[in-house]
Design a protein around this ligand. Structure first.
Ligand SMILES: [Mg+2]
Ligand SMILES: [Zn+2]
Length: 281
């Protein structure tokens, strides 16, 4: 099978220019409550509690969605994603994008849909969420940390992004080799960076925690590092890496004519239970 490129994006401070949980909390006026409860429970559990509090104050899910649609994007990142997607669409089995995030499915889908980006991603790995019969948004952990101890030591208990990378790499044995390009900013993006192989690329946002951790011990990493400070740089570097891979892999002209993306068949949540996409325990 041919090589494929898989572009894996973090979400907060990598696609949007804020943390979407904090954005909702601040915009809907529950910052004080959030800060008071934060020392007492895991982040993911707290977000579920905050949604309950907003619901009890009469704030609807649609209000939360409106607020998410106002979240600032990093300039040029949407264009970069759309271009990468267009290349993948034209070149069979070439380039597909995933989102890996510790936010939740409702928040991420709302924002991606608003910016016309949802179709660009073949898979979203995040904490599952749904709106219950009372109209309250419920948020759950990606991994069940009560019955399953991950013990990664780098990631929060509800989600280890490195495990997602393990799953992609394991699937390479059955689906052909994949070259990974991983873009991220936070401490949670360091664990997956350590699991990338030679031939892969890590694109950390400069002067953010993932970049700091990489710079402290560059010898621990196998992938090549391409840092970026703004969306223009992200776009340029990402498209250069994709372009170089096309040339390096010497994709034959008839492959260029095949229109479809292999991973497009993977469901992006919707009716599927999102946690079924998660890492097996
Ligand atoms: Mg992030
Ligand atoms: Zn981890």
């Amino acid at each position: 099978m041919e090589d494929a490129i898989l572009v894996v994006f973090g979400f907060d401070k990598t696609i949007i220019d804020c943390d979407n949980d904090n954005w909702v909390v601040d915009e809907l006026g529950v910052t004080v409550l959030f800060q008071r409860l934060l020392p007492t429970m895991p982040w993911n559990t707290l977000m579920d509690k905050i949604m309950a509090e907003l619901h009890s104050r009469g704030r609807s899910v649609e209000e939360v969605a409106d607020c998410l649609r106002r979240a600032p994007m990093i300039p040029r990142v949407a264009e970069a994603i759309k271009t990468a997607y267009a290349l993948g669409y034209l070149i069979h089995n070439f380039c597909c994008s995933w989102v890996v995030s510790d936010a939740n499915m409702f928040f991420i889908e709302t924002i991606l849909k608003h910016h016309g980006l949802l179709e660009c991603f073949s898979e979203i790995n995040t904490n599952p969420s749904y709106v219950d019969e009372e109209g309250r948004l419920r948020i759950f952990p990606h991994h069940d940390f009560i019955t399953c101890s991950l013990g990664c030591g780098l990631c929060p208990p509800n989600m280890c992004k490195g495990k997602v990378i393990d799953r992609i790499q394991a699937s390479s044995f059955t689906e052909g080799k994949k070259r990974l390009i991983y873009l991220g900013d936070g401490q949670g993006d360091y664990c997956p960076s350590l699991r990338l192989s030679e031939g892969d690329y890590i694109m950390p946002r400069k002067n953010y925690p993932c970049w700091d951790l990489i710079c402290n011990n560059p010898q621990l990493l196998k992938p090549q590092v391409r840092e970026w400070s703004n969306g223009e740089q992200l776009e340029k570097i990402l498209l250069q890496l994709i372009d170089r891979s096309i040339t390096a892999d010497q994709i034959s002209p008839n492959q260029l004519l095949v229109v479809d993306c292999k991973y497009k068949t993977a469901p992006v949540s919707g009716s599927a239970l999102p946690w079924l996409l998660g890492v097996p325990h």
